[in-house]
Structure formats: structure tokens, C-alpha cells
Design a protein around this ligand. Structure first.
Ligand code: HEM
Length: 158
């Protein structure tokens, strides 16, 4: 499951739901700890996609590497409840938001996807149509809409 978990987190890192998350409207002027002040009426959001593709945080940031986080989980500096899990949020993993309003449904959602994923892998052989790969997503107003593709399923050959 470490590897599936890593695969899911990597998928969210590069192809999460939003280019930006945690959209907020400042109802009154607000000054951050770094001195930046946001006037009342300003819409702000967190640059999730840009953070997830930041080369100073992730090596080969634009490259999909399914076992990236599985390898990091084996590293010495990691903790028992790994900070590299899909559900572990941080300023480097913003797919489920961060802080007080972090998604409370993430444990449920990730377990569901893992169960689905495990069922598909154990039951079918799957691939894209001949000569085709993952479809390009369409990004509008900070929201990523997945592209469409035909995926071929057949009963898994033993
Ligand atoms: C892969 C699936 C999911 C993703 C990517 C996701 C993503 C997010 C994100 C980014 C936020 C933070 C929004 C913000 O701060 O503005 C959030 C909040 C929230 N999510 Fe999810 N979510 C998922 C599944 C779920 C599920 C399955 C549930 C419920 C069963 C859920 C319930 C909530 C709730 C109630 C909040 C608001 C929390 C608050 O404001 O304190 N989410 N989600």
C-alpha cells in the first residue's frame, strides 16, 4: 500500500483538482507575518500547482514518478506516521488544503480510491488505446478539468 499511496499522491501533485486552492475573500485588511497586507475585498488563493511543480521542493518536478513518495518514506528523516502519505498535508502538499480548514474527508476519500484501485488492478489488465497516453487536462479559472480518453479493460490474464 505504500506504493499505491505514493502513486496517488504523485497523481494529485501533478493533476490535482485545482491550480489554486483555499480561495478566500478578505473581509477586512489583513497583514501576514511577513508584512504583506491584503486590503479588504481582495480575493486570494494558494498557488497549489506552482508549489507542486517547484523544482526547489521536488526534483524533476514536472516528471510523473509514481514511487517518489514511497522512496522518501524509506528515508531516515521520515517519521512513523509518514509526512509523505497522501493524507499528510504540509506547505509542500496542498491537495487537501492546509491548516484549520484542511479537508476532513481526505482519509475517507483516499481509502475509497485505494480500494477501487486495488480492485481494478487485481481484476483487470488495463491500458490506453494503442498509441495513446494520458489525456491533457483543460484548466479554466484555476480549476483543472480532466481530459477524456478511452481506457481498454480486459479480464486479468493469470
Ligand atoms: C479526493 C477527494 C477530495 C479532495 C481533492 C478534497 C479537497 C479539499 C480541499 C482542497 C479542501 C480545502 C478547501 C479550502 O480550504 O478552501 C477541502 C475541504 C473540505 N472537504 Fe474535501 N476533498 C476531497 C474529498 C472530500 C470528502 C470525501 C469529503 C466528505 C466526506 C470532504 C469534505 C470536506 C469538507 C467538509 C471540507 C471543508 C472543511 C472546512 O472548511 O473546515 N472532502 N477538501
Amino acid at each position: 500500500m505504500h506504493k499505491i499511496d505514493s502513486f496517488l499522491r504523485e497523481t494529485q501533485r501533478l493533476d490535482g483538482l485545482g491550480l489554486v486552492t483555499m480561495r478566500r475573500l478578505a473581509l477586512r485588511p489583513f497583514t501576514f507575518s511577513n508584512g504583506v497586507t491584503v486590503p479588504a475585498g481582495t480575493l486570494i488563493a494558494i498557488p497549489t500547482n506552482a508549489t507542486h511543480r517547484d523544482e526547489s521542493i521536488y526534483s524533476n518536478a514536472d516528471k510523473f514518478d509514481g514511487f517518489r513518495f514511497a522512496r522518501l518514506r524509506g528515508s531516515k528523516e521520515d517519521t512513523v506516521t509518514s509526512r509523505y502519505q497522501t493524507v499528510s498535508t504540509s506547505s509542500e502538499n496542498l491537495s487537501f488544503g492546509l491548516g484549520r480548514h484542511t479537508c476532513p474527508g481526505r482519509f475517507f476519500a483516499v481509502n475509497e480510491v485505494k480500494a477501487l484501485f486495488a480492485y481494478i488492478v487485481a481484476t483487470y489488465d488495463i491500458k490506453f488505446e494503442e498509441g495513446k497516453g494520458a489525456p491533457r487536462a483543460l484548466c479554466i479559472a484555476g480549476v483543472r478539468f480532466p481530459g477524456t480518453a478511452n481506457v481498454m479493460f480486459r479480464t486479468r490474464q493469470k
